[in-house]
Design a protein around this ligand. Sequence first.
Ligand code: ACO
Length: 437
Amino acid sequence: MGNAAEQRVDITMSDPKTGKKTIELDVMEASMGPSVVDVRRLYADHGIFTYDPGFTSTASCESKITYIDGEQGILLHRGYDIGELATKSSFLDVCYLLMEGELPNLEQQAEFCDEIVHHTMLHEQMSHFYRGFRRDAHPMAIMVAVVGALSAFYHDSLDINDPNQRQLASYRLIAKMPTIAAMAYKYSIGQPFVYPKNELGFAENFLHMMFSVPSEDYVANPIMSRALERIFILHADHEQNASTSTVRLASSSQANPFACIAAGIASLWGPAHGGANEAVLSMLKEIGTKERIPEYLAKARDKSDPFRLMGFGHRVYKNFDPRASVLKESAHEVLGALGKTTPLLELAKELERIALEDPYFRERKLFPNVDFYSGIILQAMEIPVSMFTVLFAVARTAGWVAQWKEMSSDPANKIGRPRQLYTGEKPRKFVEVNDRK
Ligand code: ACO
């Protein structure tokens, strides 16, 4: 628990029914960042709820995993800076760090990699699930279904009260996610499924399962593997975002881990969350040329137009998104190294430059987020657009699993049950159908 009750705040309420009264609330101190006012006894003691749709001022849980300072553009996992992790560690090291709290030493690293590579295969019967989908099914629809269906196959890792089963479910989810994702892609293009290879690294193995065919050997370009590993690291966790909160809320009822992660995938699919990099690419293609940028900025400013500049803005970051800075550099490296032409990247940079000078975006502190550049890199790597959010899900599984484990092992864990501000009808008499207006 955080440092409870070391400070107190007085809050004065002016309630027309009960008059004005001052109540004293405990403050729980954070190790960094804002402290929180403990309102847990507010309803029991004072008969009033707090109102915060969208949770803009509400801490929904206590966590030791990820710290974000949105004003300063800081993102730390277990105290380590995201820029350093992205450039100096592997995705599996970051998974271990998120779950276990420390970076692994050599022995732990070898053991963890061994656990993951020995859980990458799917139960063979699961491949039959894919055949039930239309060929043109969105791979995220397949992900939601197949990950949820893991609970029908792995009965020995469903008991969330058993730490060993929790650990096994975590390994399975991290390990099988790339296999499930690559199979969704292979199914959509009518190619045979490709099995994982234990000697390959995490991102390299994913590229192998995506692009390898039985008739030809496939060797992943190391620049591509490294860039993909970096994208995975940058998307691994992000505190209590919508999909992670969904996982936590689903799991608060003690639902099984596979069902909870499937719920997280469903939440991530939305264009305001994980679907944004796909939307950025469509937007850049629609804009087409630098000359048309002002027209689209005007649309983004126009409140009667639903158009928003995709890849811009973030609920938490109000200065810059540290992940976007790493990816902007990565985009240059990847496109340069692959010898690709860069019209989309040039268009994106120009759009960023002009938007950052625009008073509308400056006043609202709207900056490029992580997804502004990731789509450009993925496209250069020939990853199809429909797979972009799937890759995000593969990466975010690390965070979902770590947050789920933290929550499930907390004895103070309670079922999540928010209340509401009811503004509907007061009690009224039932009206027979013939008497209704
Ligand atoms: N384009 C134009 N205007 C915007 C944009 C945008 N991308 N984002 C926010 N605004 C405006 C809003 O219209 C609002 O203006 P107002 O104050 O005049 O009404 C103001 O900025 C604040 O916006 P909110 O929607 O209240 O901010 P919120 O924190 O709720 O939304 C969000 C954050 C959803 C990310 C939003 O900025 C957005 O829709 N961005 C585009 C989608 C996107 O890139 N999502 C990816 C997020 S990162 C991730 O999930 C990994």
